[in-house]
Ligand binder design. Sequence first.
Ligand code: MD3
Ligand code: FE
Length: 232
Amino acid sequence: MGPRGAAAAASVIATSTRELFAPAHVADDRHFELCEGAVVLRGFALPFERALGLAVREVASAAPFRHMQTPGGYTMSVAMTNCGAYGWVSDTRGYCYSPTDPDTGAPWPEMPSAFAELARGAAAALGFTDFVPDACLVNRYDPGARLTLHQDKDERDFREPIVSVSLGVPAVFLFGGLKRKDRPQRVPLEHGDVVVWGGPARLRYHGVAKLDESRHPFAGNARINLTLRRAR
Ligand code: MD3
Ligand code: FE
């Protein structure tokens, strides 16, 4: 079975999975479709939060969070690291996926199985049955950090979905259109929320509003976001 339309996916969540064989966390009344191709799975990551917390710590001890430079010469307010075969990196020369950490020359830490399994499960719930991520960007938002509207276009195959996992302090996700000027929807994302982006949503502009000062037991005053992708 190939990827289904998101409308079909939403009805899968609403009916057959709930009544038949899905794990309890797949059938949840709070899951909803943002637009065709983008589905918010509220709390989908909560059953795995301990494993995810340990794995984030392990990745960050091997490849510490850092503030990358943009091609425009700015320093990003979001601190980033990566795991998996490829990592997203940016410097004054541009963006790319790199098999090695530019700070050390070493390969990125291996993708923790908790990350890969969670992404695979979330994608499968939407009908993307064999999503095998090879890149996980780990973003850390400290108070005041934000991500300006952008498209994700550095990946090889836009038919592959992207799975994002929100952890820690809540944030307002900005979900725009296919043009930068399209006014974005504001979508609050909380600890444990997972979003699957595919199909027609895959190339929409998106960003994250400036993070407010607040606290959550997962990571103090920070928000952590995992973005799982098939880069190559
Ligand atoms: C919508 N990160 O790292 S993940 C990024 O919360 C990024 O840290 C945000 O955007 C964050 O590139 C949002 C959600 C996301 C990821 C990819 C998308 C939303 C998307 C691709 C297309 C449309
Ligand atoms: Fe993005």
